[in-house]
Design a protein around this ligand. Structure first.
Ligand SMILES: Cc1cc2nc3c(=O)[nH]c(=O)nc-3n(C[C@H](O)[C@H](O)[C@H](O)COP(=O)(O)O)c2cc1C
Ligand code: SF4
Ligand code: SF4
Length: 245
């Protein structure tokens, strides 16, 4: 079974490729956390790196997973450039259950947070071709049930970013808010949020709750560009989603 968490589709696309190639079922991590997976003999975890670490929602879901020590368990992280602590953190959570993580790897993809720094994630589509062979390599390794830990040590940035106070500050700077004057109440952001953190308020405007994991999916999805970070409306051409295949 391949379990995924994804805001803008990169991790879902990789998870889907792995599921198609191996014949494993595909399930959102959020749903898997409610199930007993101890009968599964293959469990893959696919998710993005945020701020040199694992998204808080992924940590919460993984900590609730029930897995068998007999399972072949692997992790694939998608990132813009560097995985920091994102693999270590989940590996530790899984291994605390007495379950070994057999294989870890990463795939670089367009950085969906680039727009928060004034850059266009769509300028990074070249990564999809460049890293396609990496995905094939991962598929081959998983099918052969190889063991391997293909990731660098987190380094100073990863270690610092893992400190709770630093992480709160970093992620806080990525959390979007609704620019109500532009919201037309279409509800697309509500459907998109992978943690169910957006609702409609009494005025027919989207309202973001307090469980935001900073995936920026809502910011990239809104057809009115009515969701921004630090009150700034994103340019339409910066809105990113993994392209349809
Ligand atoms: C809040 C936030 C923080 C991010 N931090 C990092 C990072 O530290 N390193 C990195 O390489 N990419 C970082 N990214 C980019 C994402 O990891 C990357 O675009 C990922 O493929 C998105 O996956 P998704 O489309 O499945 O949500 C960050 C993205 C967001 C939204
Ligand atoms: S997607 Fe945009 S316009 Fe639609 S409800 Fe959400 S914030 Fe409002
Ligand atoms: S509110 Fe937006 S940024 Fe926060 S978790 Fe939901 S979709 Fe992601």
């Amino acid at each position: 079974m391949i379990l995924y968490f994804s805001g803008t589709g990169n991790s879902l696309a990789i998870a889907r490729k792995l599921a198609d190639a191996t014949g494993e079922a595909l399930l959102p991590l959020r749903d898997a956390a409610e199930r007993d997976l101890t009968a599964e003999r293959t469990v893959g975890l696919v998710y993005p790196c945020y701020d040199y670490n694992t998204p808080p929602a992924v940590r919460e879901f993984v900590s609730r997973l029930r897995l068998s020590p007999e399972a072949y368990v692997f992790i694939v992280v998608t990132c813009g450039a560097q995985t920091g602590n994102s693999i270590h953190t989940v590996r530790r959570l899984v291994e605390a259950k007495g379950v070994r993580v057999d294989y870890c790897h990463k795939v670089r993809m367009p950085d969906n947070s680039a727009t928060l720094f004034g850059r266009n994630p769509n300028d990074q589509l070249w990564k999809l071709d460049k890293y396609a062979p990496r995905v094939e390599q991962i598929i081959g390794d998983i099918k052969a049930r190889r063991h391997g830990r293909h990731f660098a040590a987190p380094g100073l940035a990863g270690t610092l970013a893992g400190l709770p106070a630093v992480e709160r500050k970093l992620l806080g700077g990525f959390k979007p808010s609704v620019l109500a004057e532009h919201c037309i109440g279409c509800g697309k952001c509500i459907k998109t949020c992978p943690v169910g953190n957006i609702a409609m308020d009494d005025n027919g405007k989207a309202a973001i709750g307090d469980r935001c994991t900073a995936c920026v999916a809502c910011l990239h999805t809104c057809p009115q560009q009515a969701i921004g970070v630090r009150g700034k409306r994103p340019p339409m051409e910066h809105q990113y989603h993994y392209p349809a295949e």
